[in-house]
Design a binder for this molecule. Structure first.
Ligand code: UD1
Length: 342
């Protein structure tokens, strides 16, 4: 019989919380562990509001092996989805050890306990950042990885290698690596979404906070790139679509009869959208005029990166669905909700 129970590490976070909703909607049993280092307990309450379901939540740090072992002892999940990690590119340059310690140790602990407790399936949250400044666009899973441009990016590359090596060495273990492009948007209920602490690093929360009057002006980092409008190009993937990719990946893992499969999938729309286009679409979708200026390039930014997501479509049966203007409406509805704007 299939083991329908899943441990979600970092399940109170941005992508984790949306994935927990989709897991519960698909009738998986879920156990969430999160240390709330970069998330709020309200996300857990709101997941229950959206789904009408309760589930065990444990506030613990996955870097703490003893605490994590207790969770493995108490819950008979067969699969783990590992989100728990730090993700601020700039901070990782300032404090590399914080990133290596947290992002590597938590994943090593998860894999070690999966081996010890014979738990079969793991999905690892990776990122398009592993491609670095790739020679060709769109990137496929075969595109050679370039050196990452930050310690954060290197932790993703190293964790991918940790998983590949562990699957090779551990009979019964299967892994899927999902390489996320740029996750954006919020749940259509406006009850969960991205909750950056302090000044947002990422583009869309900066846009919504500027629209809400929390930030006076958005800086567009670079107008002189070799792209059609001079701004960087990214692949903005709706967070609910992204969450659904985890369900497809989990179904595939559960369909394997043996172990030692490790697969990689790009999770993006397949469409490159410039920073300027994102701003224009946000303005027209929400009928808002955004205050923005063009500024210098941000160091470490790649000019363009977007996905070839055809492998995910072929093998996982997954593809993005939500039109960008709907995603940007959801993001604004979420921002209005958390800022109490009518
Ligand atoms: C980066 C990482 C990605 C990581 C994500 C998590 C790379 C290539 N990508 O994405 O792997 O998962 O952060 O935080 O390292 N921008 C502005 N003004 C702003 C903010 C951003 O113009 O105030 C521009 C950036 O210059 C960039 C684009 O918007 O061109 C997207 O930036 P951002 O949202 O930070 O994502 P990435 O840097 O693509």
């Amino acid at each position: 019989m299939k083991n329908n129970k899943v441990l979600v590490t970092g399940g109170a976070g941005y992508i984790g919380s949306h994935t927990v909703v989709e897991l519960l909607n698909a009738n998986y049993e879920v156990v969430v562990v999160d240390n709330l280092a970069n998330s709020e307990i309200s996300a857990i309450e709101n997941i229950s509001k959206i789904t009408g379901k309760k589930f065990p939540f444990i506030q613990a740090d996955t870097c703490d092996l003893a605490s994590l072992r207790k969770i493995f002892e108490a819950h008979e999940f067969g699969s783990v989805i590992h989100f728990a990690a730090y993700k601020a590119v700039g901070e990782s340059v300032e404090e590399p050890l914080k990133y290596y310690q947290n992002n590597l140790m938590s994943f090593i602990n998860v894999i070690a306990l999966m081996k010890e407790f014979k738990r079969a399936n793991v999905i690892f949250s990776s990122s398009a950042t592993v491609y670095g400044d790739a020679d060709e666009q769109p990137v496929t899973e075969q595109t050679p990885l370039k050196p990452a441009n930050s310690p954060y990016g290197r932790t993703k590359q190293i964790c991918e290698d940790i998983l590949k090596d562990s699957v090779k060495a551990c009979e019964g273990l299967n892994g899927i690596i999902l390489r996320y492009f740029n996750p954006v948007g919020a749940h259509p209920s406006a009850l969960i979404g991205e909750l950056p602490r302090g000044v947002p690093n990422n583009l869309l929360p900066f846009i919504t906070q500027t629209a809400a009057g929390i930030r006076p002006c958005l800086k567009v980092f670079g107008k002189d790139y070799d792209t059609p409008d001079g701004t960087c190009i990214r692949d903005f993937i709706d967070v609910v679509d992204l969450a659904k990719a985890h369900i497809c990946a989990l179904e595939r893992l559960l369909s394997f009869s043996g172990g030692q499969n490790c697969e990689i999938y790009n999770v993006g729309t397949g469409k490159g959208v410039s920073v300027q286009e994102l701003i224009d679409t946000f303005e027209s979708a929400n009928n808002i005029k955004l205050n923005y200026v063009y500024a210098d390039r941000r160091s470490g930014d790649v000019p363009e990166v977007w996905a070839d997501p055809s492998k995910a479509k072929r093998e996982l049966g997954w593809q993005s669905q939500t039109p960008l203007c709907q995603t940007l409406k959801n993001a604004w509805a979420w921002q209005k909700n958390i800022s109490s704007i009518k």
